[in-house]
Write a protein that binds this ligand. Structure first.
Ligand code: GDD
Length: 387
């Protein structure tokens, strides 16, 4: 893959936000014939792929779509499926375990499948991450953010240098391959140990009566503009640098994951940016930025394949919007002016209340290797192949 170097960046404290750049060509290794674009050597590509664990969260998706996603992630990257799918009345989860086993038998690739509600996960995390556990159930809470946090612990447990996330409801396997290649290439473009790459979908679409590939998702367009208005007002220079407030597809170095806050459910991606701006921009002088003296590099790369994923209805879009705006509303970034803006936006979507504050989690300070060893040796439902 050949990726154009970003034209510009803006810094907010130690947060270095790169403007969206593009893939010049989808496949190209050992190919750097022009200045201005970057590609990996074949040796580096494999080395980075091997050290990037790809976490796939799944909750009751079409098994055929999940299988397409899993088959599209390059074989060198360890795969970690974190499922919150039903086990009864129909055992959707066992189907997912079988898909993973089949892929392992055919390819020999490393793949771990864990269930978010595996009682052992709650048992092993309850003292270090009590907020993650739902008191009534005694199990890890529902939510995509919760799934990504557990997946990241597993990625650290297998000693990965990088962790990438890819949703399981993506209909085009070629898009998944492209996201993986973007992760490997863009992560190598930054020299900071604290780095992240966020995919900005070139075109996004849903199946339905009308076929239209849109430039903007409905949630990310709104939430990105709110984050940009925070930056614009803080600095007195208007900016539109953030394009990926809700990028489900993103990857980062393990160093960054370990200093990052994770948020519940669909607030997770927005909170990564909010937390970094709280600690490494606003909180810089109070010493709350653990990345110093390094910058935290955020790269945004526009993909070529259309992002086609499952359409889950208007209520689902509203739920994601309320959670993402809620995490900004209740953050240190929000003054009264911003809160009023958020309330006005929500009103336009017929949501008349103050958005609730989503739960947040710090990265648990546990021995992740021991956590994973215990989980895999004692669990009755979580499995690993090829380790
Ligand atoms: N492990 C786990 N646990 N996975 C979950 C859970 C959960 O409780 N809930 C949802 N998922 C999985 C889904 O199966 C899917 O693969 C992925 O998380 C994203 O969830 P969706 O419900 O399909 O979200 P979406 O596709 O509508 O929205 C995506 O794009 C948004 C931006 O437009 C997500 O990536 C959002 O996080 C993102 O903000």
């Amino acid at each position: 893959m050949l990726i154009r170097y970003p034209f510009k960046f803006e810094t907010y404290g130690a947060v270095k936000l790169y403007d969206v750049t593009r893939t010049v060509s989808l496949y190209g290794v050992d190919f750097e014939k022009r200045f201005g674009a970057f590609s990996l050597t074949s040796e580096n590509l494999i080395r980075i792929a091997e050290s990037t664990a790809v976490v796939v969260p799944v909750k009751d998706e079409d098994p055929l779509v999940l299988e397409g996603v899993l088959r599209a992630v390059p074989l060198h990257s360890p795969l970690i499926v974190v499922s919150n799918s039903s086990t009864k009345p129909l055992d959707v989860y066992s189907n997912e375990v079988d898909i993973a086993k089949n892929i392992y038998q055919l390819s020999g690739r490393s793949i771990i499948v864990i269930h978010q509600k595996d009682p052992l996960i709650a048992e092993l995390l309850k003292s270090e991450a009590p907020d993650l556990i739902d008191e009534s159930e005694g199990l890890v809470r529902d939510g995509k953010g919760e799934g990504l946090l557990i997946g990241t612990l597993v990625a650290e447990g297998i000693n990965s240098r990088y962790v990438g996330y890819i949703d399981s409801d993506i209909y085009i396997p070629g898009a998944v391959l492209e996201y993986s290649l973007i992760y490997y290439t863009a992560l190598a473009m930054s020299k900071s140990p604290y780095k992240m790459v966020r995919i900005s979908w070139g075109f996004k679409g849903w199946y339905g009566e009308e076929f239209l590939l849109r430039r903007w998702g409905r949630v990310s367009g709104v939430v990105s503009s709110v984050l940009n208005s925070v930056l614009s007002r803080g600095r007195k220079f208007e900016t539109d640098i953030i394009k990926t407030s809700n990028s489900g597809e993103h990857a980062m170095s393990m160093e960054l994951a370990k200093i990052l806050g994770f948020a519940s459910r669909y607030a997770v991606e927005t909170y990564e940016l909010v937390h970094l701006l709280e600690t490494c921009y606003l909180g810089l002088r109070e010493g709350s930025c653990r990345a110093l003296p390094n910058t935290v590099d955020i790269l945004q790369v526009e993909s070529r394949n259309p992002h086609l994923h499952a359409q889950k209805g208007e209520l689902h879009v509203l739920e994601m919007l309320v959670e993402s705006l809620g995490i900004i509303y209740h953050s240190k970034l929000a003054d009264q002016h911003l809160k009023n803006t958020i309330l006005r936006i929500l009103k336009e979507f017929s949501y008349e209340e103050e958005p609730p504050k989503p739960g947040t989690y710090r990265y648990p300070q546990i021995n992740t290797k021991k956590f994973l060893d215990e989980l895999l040796s004692r669990s009755e439902i979580s499995v690993a192949h090829g380790f």
